[in-house]
Design a protein. Structure first.
Length: 194
């Protein structure tokens, strides 16, 4: 009964609108829904051995294996093991939505050298909600809080969304600073105060 009344009310509200206006209203409602969803996403540090972190890393490695021309073998990549991603050596962030892990990113601190951003991943189901940018911003904030003035990262040419994100966030392409076998692009950013 309540559902029928809601449908009748919605129909009465939409009836006076033309097709273009109805389409605009539906699009606006979808935008509001996406923004509300984005507002309840939590980004927090977590131990890299935690099941949510393990889920993100597994999904990240699986996606790289699917997308890279040659596949992806973590054993051939520059490591970022648990000890390197725990304070004080580093940190690991996980984004969650309704307690479900949907994204991750990590930092490796290097004494006086630039910190490295690693393991950036966002679940396909929430791409477009700004999760990647939130993770990147939080990693930069955490790096600044640890006295880091420069952050670096490398990425593969097939990860065009990530490349676009890094460039739009102020990262500048630099000469290769690592021997990461899967990397085609190396980026660096000076943090405020650096």
């Amino acid at each position: 009964m309540l559902e029928r009344r809601a449908d009748e009310l919605a129909t009465s509200l939409l009836a006076p609108l033309g097709a273009t206006q109805r389409a605009r209203l539906v699009a606006a409602i979808a935008d509001v829904e996406r923004l509300l969803t984005a507002s309840i996403i939590d980004v927090s540090p977590i131990d890299p051995a935690h099941p949510n972190a393990r889920h993100c890393l597994h999904a990240y490695f699986s996606e790289l294996d699917r997308r890279f021309d040659t596949g992806f073998d973590p054993a051939l990549s520059i490591p970022a093991d648990n000890e390197e991603l725990r304070p004080p050596a580093g940190l690991f962030l996980v984004a969650t939505l309704h307690a479900k892990p949907i994204g991750s990113g990590a930092l490796k601190f290097r004494d006086k050298a630039p910190a490295e951003i690693k393991r950036m991943w966002v679940d396909e189901s929430v791409r477009g909600l700004g999760v990647g940018r939130r993770l990147l911003n939080e990693l930069e904030d955490q790096a600044s809080k640890h006295g880091v003035r420069t952050v670096r990262l490398e990425t593969n040419k097939t990860l065009v969304e990530a490349i676009r994100l890094y460039r739009s966030a102020g990262y500048v392409e630099v000469a290769a600073f690592s021997d990461e076998p899967y990397a085609h692009h190396w980026f660096e950013k000076q943090l405020p105060g650096g």
